[in-house]
Design a protein. Structure first.
Length: 593
């Protein structure tokens, strides 16, 4: 059986490139991280780079090879697995040879942990090497190498204008690439439910429990509320598939795409998960047993392990511990702050500097994503610069070499990306024909809406090429990056050790005095979201929209009421800020009413 995780935090997926090699950087220390497996071009180049760096055999997988996407992903994941295992073994060996290595390692462990206590006792008492080896074997484990698949980014693929079978769709192929790898880890499914993709999991034995109650490959669902978790968890359980973790992410106070809830606040969502966790386990276990019995597979007699984790805007040790204690989460995701840790993430220096200098007003929700979902952005990226330059030259849009987001079939059966030059040219030509019938204000707004979409496939991958000094081919797209608003309060590059000690409350890397509590920050963002939706009703006052907005308001008011009780009773975590937090809650309640 796999050992328990050493740490109470994990590094979530960030963009396409920012965590693409994080396991190589941090997994040997026990830190779990998640990589995106959307971009097989990036993955192929990373595989070549790291095979050469670590002197491993490398075989190029070109697009001419059958099932190249899945095979590229499998090959890179196997490379990661090999490198991490090697680095982990080297680290263990270094502990045998060097007392300082053990001391440095202890400095990054949670303050209250069995392994820290035992290692410190070993050093203090100058015990035998055999004792040290016993401790390492009993407790030491590398961090997980998890992968992320955006369920809706499942583009059909074609061969000579003929659609390939569904298993060659992008998300399906990515899943197959992970399933066929040597990893003993999890796939994180984000962006909602894709029944066809969920059904494809049934094809792989690795996702079914073995006779010892183990799962070689696990499923993690990123969810925004309990109802979503219950629906998706039950759907998969009916297929004999167990969800090992529900990863709750703030609807707005996060990086990447922002999927706003109907006013459900993070604290209230976490409270419901805590109160109904056993209900979720019982419901999914019963369905799992029925399905596995019908499939004549091994049936576990007791429910398999289920974790609940949380992420989105957490920035202090007090907030971290608050989530662990109050909501009994198993781990807390720390994303954006790690963009300023060169030892942990792949970011070019220019972009790191941009993030370190970003203020609250530089971070905003944009409409640049071709998926049509609000996207967290920062002003001043090179991607923004190149996009604006093309618009000024009347060459709006990207050449679209990757086509991962070519999901719009309005003008082409094979799909176009709304950020592509081909799509935007068609849209702009149609707009020009209506120009004489529109006001300048309406025309400009529509034009900006068309040209505002950015090429994320290239923009979110370029940072890794730049950091590793790898050539970037094709049209210049610069770097796009999607940090959460929380990055405004982290203002300098820091070492991995300092960031870990910040998380565990032994150091402080935040110089900003005025940093809002992460739950209040999210609430403020929902208030802004509510105002925006309220204004939109002026031009679209359909009854369903009005009802939805009324529900959003009521959910926010319920959340505020819960927070008022929560913080009023807090005697441990935020005592110094209690008065200002309660005042702000009252102010927001008055604004909302």
């Amino acid at each position: 059986m796999k050992l328990k995780p050493l740490h109470s935090f994990h590094i979530p997926v960030m963009g396409l490139a920012y965590t693409i090699d994080s396991p190589i950087r941090v997994a040997q220390y026990g830190f779990s991280s998640t990589i995106s497996v959307m971009d097989d071009e990036l993955i192929e180049r990373m595989n070549k780079f790291y095979c050469e760096k670590f002197e491993l055999p490398y075989q190029e997988i070109t697009k001419k090879i059958e099932d190249f996407r899945a095979k590229r992903i499998t090959a890179y994941l196997n490379t990661l697995d090999t490198i991490v295992k090697g680095k982990f073994d080297n680290l263990k060996n270094s502990f045998i040879e060097s007392k300082k290595e053990v001391e440095d390692y202890i400095d990054m462990l949670p303050s209250v942990s069995e392994i820290r206590k035992n290692l410190q006792h070993h050093l203090d008492e100058k015990l035998s090497i055999d004792n040290l080896k016993s401790i390492l074997d009993q407790y030491l484990t590398p961090g997980d190498i998890d992968v992320n698949i955006m369920t809706k980014v499942d583009k059909e693929n074609y061969d000579k204008k003929v659609a390939l079978p569904v298993e060659y769709n992008d998300a399906h192929a990515a899943l197959r690439g992970f399933a066929n790898s040597t990893l003993h880890s999890s796939v994180v499914l984000s962006a909602g439910m894709n029944p066809r993709l969920f059904g494809y999991f049934e094809e792989f034995d690795a996702f079914y429990p073995t006779a010892n109650g183990d799962l070689q490959k696990k499923i993690i669902l990123k969810v925004s509320d309990f109802r979503s978790a219950l629906i998706q968890g039950n759907f998969l359980a009916k297929k004999g598939l167990w969800v090992s973790e529900y990863r709750i992410e703030s609807g707005l106070n996060c990086g990447g795409h922002a999927f706003a809830t109907e006013g459900y606040l993070m604290g209230a969502i976490l409270k419901e998960f805590k109160e109904r966790r056993e209900e979720l386990i019982a419901s999914t276990h019963d369905l799992l047993v029925k399905s596995l019995t019908q499939k004549e597979r091994y049936v576990p007699t007791t429910p398999l392990d289920l974790k609940v984790t949380a992420q989105g805007g957490v920035g202090t040790a007090a907030e971290h511990q608050f989530l662990l204690d109050i909501y009994a989460v198993d781990s807390v995701g720390w994303g954006s702050p790690f963009l300023l840790v060169p030892e942990a993430t792949s970011v070019d220096q220019q972009t790191r500097d941009l993030l370190a200098n970003a203020k609250e007003e530089d971070l905003y929700l944009s409409d640049i994503s071709p998926l049509g979902v609000p996207f967290n952005s920062v002003k001043g990226t090179t991607n923004e610069y190149f996009k604006s330059g093309r618009i000024e030259k009347n060459k709006a849009g990207s050449s679209c070499p990757r086509k991962y987001l070519a999901l719009n079939k309005e003008y082409d059966n094979e799909g176009l990306c709304t950020a592509s030059r081909k799509y935007q040219t068609i849209q702009i030509d149609a707009l020009m024909e209506q120009k004489d019938t529109m006001t300048k204000q309406d025309f400009d707004a529509k034009y900006d809406q068309i040209t505002g979409k950015a090429c994320l496939c290239i923009g979110l991958a370029n940072a890794s090429f730049l950091e590793h000094n790898l050539p970037i081919k094709g049209e210049s797209q610069g770097v796009a990056i999607c940090p959460g608003p929380n990055i405004a309060y982290f203002t300098k590059e820091v070492s991995l050790k300092r960031m870990v000690n910040h998380i565990y409350g032994r150091d402080n890397v935040i110089d900003t005095v005025e940093r809002p509590h992460f739950l209040i920050k999210e609430l403020r963002m929902y208030l802004d979201h509510y105002r925006k939706e309220l204004k939109a009703i002026e031009s679209d006052s359909a009854m369903p929209r009005i009802k939805k907005l009324a529900k959003t308001k009521q959910n926010m008011l319920d959340g505020i009421s819960y927070y008022q009780t929560l913080f009023a009773n807090d005697m441990t975590y935020f005592v110094q800020d209690k008065e200002s937090i309660l005042k702000e809650l009252k102010d927001i309640e008055l604004e909302l009413n």
